[in-house]
Design a protein around this ligand. Structure first.
Ligand SMILES: [Zn+2]
Length: 246
């Protein structure tokens, strides 16, 4: 083979390689554009999208809600963006029971009244109601929940009411105890009576417990111990990676 012909062949191969590289670049650019568009339409899966509590939850939602635990200001901005009506109450209390962050979601169907909680608890309650409690009630009973019974949020005490040891999240109203649910037709489902009750009630209560684990730092149910036989304890303690769900 002459030197000129060899040179010609290697030039042709070089051009083919160049074409293939251009094709790959086009494929990559197309994939990146597709991915970007997909993220725009799936904000729950998009870690850069600002949190809106009305969005369908995705894999990024839990982490965004967790980020509100230490940032009441950011949390209130999220409530505003999500068009959740709330009242920001004045700080109250002393020492370990001082509450700087007292947020009340006015229209939340809590009974006997809507207590002031930390904003992170209020935001999680909102997502829990829309994304877990209502869908679970419709699936189990074919109707919605109109009332959620609670046993209180703020309580200036240490864990299990002991005289020493760590303070309960209730001391900062960063927790709430849920005791039951009332359906549209007036049916009552309570943690105390129905956790080990009819199959439908058990399924509903287990589903809302598991749903709470997606948005709260700590969830303790009757499965955990006798102290929780009649309520779900939900709190927003920052637990680092993951949370407690029992
Ligand atoms: Zn509790």
């Amino acid at each position: 083979m002459s030197a000129a012909r060899r040179w010609n062949i290697s030039r042709q191969i070089g051009r083919m390689r160049g074409d293939r590289r251009a094709l790959w670049l086009l494929v990559l650019a197309g994939a990146a554009m597709w991915g970007w568009n997909w993220l725009q339409t799936h904000p729950g899966d998009n870690p850069w999208a600002p949190l809106d509590l009305r969005d369908e939850p995705g894999w990024a939602t839990g982490r965004k809600i967790a980020a509100l635990r230490d940032d009441p200001q950011k949390c209130r901005a999220v409530l505003e963006r999500s068009e959740v009506a709330f009242t920001n109450l004045a700080p109250l209390g002393e020492g370990a029971c001082r509450r700087e962050d007292r947020t009340r979601v006015d229209a939340y169907p809590l009974h006997p009244q809507v207590p002031a909680t930390s904003c992170a608890v209020a935001a999680a309650l909102q997502v829990w109601f829309d994304q877990s409690v209502q869908p679970a009630a419709r699936a189990s009973y074919g109707q919605g929940v109109v009332q959620i019974a609670h046993l209180g949020s703020y309580s200036c005490r240490r864990l299990y009411g002991r005289s020493e040891g760590p303070w309960s999240e209730h001391a900062a109203a960063n927790a709430i105890d849920i005791s039951g649910f009332v359906l549209t037709d007036g049916t009552r489902i309570s943690l105390a009576a129905d956790w080990d009750g009819k199959e439908t009630d058990e399924a509903f209560l287990t589903q809302v417990r598991d749903g709470a684990c997606e948005v709260f730092g700590t969830v303790l149910s009757p499965d955990y111990n006798a102290a929780h036989r009649d309520h779900l304890h939900l709190d927003q303690a920052a637990r680092g990676f993951g949370g407690v769900c029992r």
